[in-house]
Ligand binder design. Structure first.
Ligand code: KG4
Ligand code: ZN
Length: 338
């Protein structure tokens, strides 16, 4: 690749319509995210059909806006990177169709990108020199897994959730406590300066392997509230939310640290929407440092769904010649396809 390298990233795997333009894989010229949060808030969660219809309305506007903000034209593009899975099929197809149309008409490479891996690559946007191997926790609304990123850039999954994802359980409990959507930020806001040790909650599978299980913790909160309705009072909810947030994050920290220590990896990289949580970030850093392990995380705007991370992973794939066929499909399930 000689000369300019301008990649347009497109991300529509869930309820955000996002486009970004990156120069040489690491210089973010623009990063536009049109969130549908308010639209889905009234339902207390994402309604897939509503999300895909909104993506149709927004996709061209968001792409044009990203190009304009970056001060580039379609003809300046070297390639387009697009999330083609895992995610909501109806949503993925909108971004994929737009990417295919651009690549076909301009005769430039199309690069399909795995959403979970792109979250991990968000760490490289501003830090291209991070040395592998890395242990990475990807915690979002749909996924909670620990990955080993090896020296040769190959991946291994070291552990995954057996039931709910961390973000999913935060969203469900926030809905149960009626404190807002998405749940992670709502719980974080209400927990500030509150007593996170007020309620004793379980840390599921804390000492057992590297897999996660969060549904028992969710049930523990629900049972606790059913037994004592006063917990739903304005006075008690913040301490309960803080205790719950701490329980979720403590498990994430403990297991990720254990993975890094047992695989003798010097760097932990957090990723995914949940990794924008301030308690998780500071606790991970503190605990890791006490074992001589470095903990890093992307700026918050690259933790939740965005297209800069998609363009960044697409850049690495393009360098390796990993170009997709124009007829690639979208896929819904977790997979280690890169
Ligand atoms: O990565 P993401 O934007 O979308 C998915 O790929 O799922 O992650 C969204 C998830 C939601 O469950 C949301 O509640 C959670 O990330 N989240 C947070 C925070 N910001 C977003 N969880 C905890 N603390 C936050 N500050
Ligand atoms: Zn995501």
């Amino acid at each position: 690749m000689i000369g300019k390298n301008i990649i347009l990233g497109i991300e529509t795997s869930c309820d955000d319509t996002a486009a970004a333009v990156l120069k040489d894989g690491h210089k973010v010229l623009s990063n536009i995210v049109a969130t549908q949060e308010e639209l889905h808030e009234s339902f207390g969660g994402i309604v897939p059909e509503v999300a895909s219809r909104k993506h149709i309305e927004l996709i061209n506007i968001v792409i044009k806006h990203a190009l304009k903000r970056a001060n580039v034209d379609f003809k300046d593009l070297t390639a387009v990177g697009v999330t083609n899975g895992p995610g909501l099929i109806g949503s993925l197809l909108i971004g994929l169709a737009a990417a295919k149309a651009i690549c076909y008409s301009l005769n430039i490479p199309l690069i399909g990108v795995n959403h979970v891996l792109s979250h991990m690559y968000a760490n490289f946007i501003e830090n291209p020199d991070i040395k592998r191997p890395i242990v990475s926790l990807v915690a979002s609304g749909g996924h909670t897994s620990i990955y080993l990123l090896k020296e040769n850039d190959e991946f291994e999954i070291l552990g995954s959730t057996l039931d709910d994802a961390a973000g999913e359980v935060l969203d469900k409990i926030a809905r149960f406590l009626n404190i807002g959507y998405p749940g992670g930020p709502a719980i974080e806001r209400i927990s500030i300066n509150r007593n996170a040790d007020a309620y004793k909650l379980p840390r599921p599978m804390l000492k057992k392997g590297l897999n996660f299980s969060f549904s028992g913790l969710k049930t523990a909160v629900i049972y606790m509230v059913r037994k004592d309705k006063t917990l739903l009072s304005r006075k008690n909810i913040p301490d309960l939310a803080a205790s719950f947030q701490k329980a979720v994050m403590d498990v994430l920290v403990e297991k990720t640290l254990r993975a890094a220590l047992s695989y003798e990896v010097p760097t932990i990289a957090l990723a995914g929407g949940v990794s924008s949580n301030s308690y998780l970030r500071s606790e991970m850093k503190k605990r890791a440092e006490s074992y001589g392990v470095d903990a890093i995380y992307p700026p918050k705007e690259y933790c939740t769904d965005n297209a800069a991370m998609v363009a960044c992973l697409a850049y690495y794939k393009l360098k390796k010649g990993q170009i997709s066929n124009i007829d690639i499909d979208a896929y819904s399930q977790i997979s280690l396809k890169t």
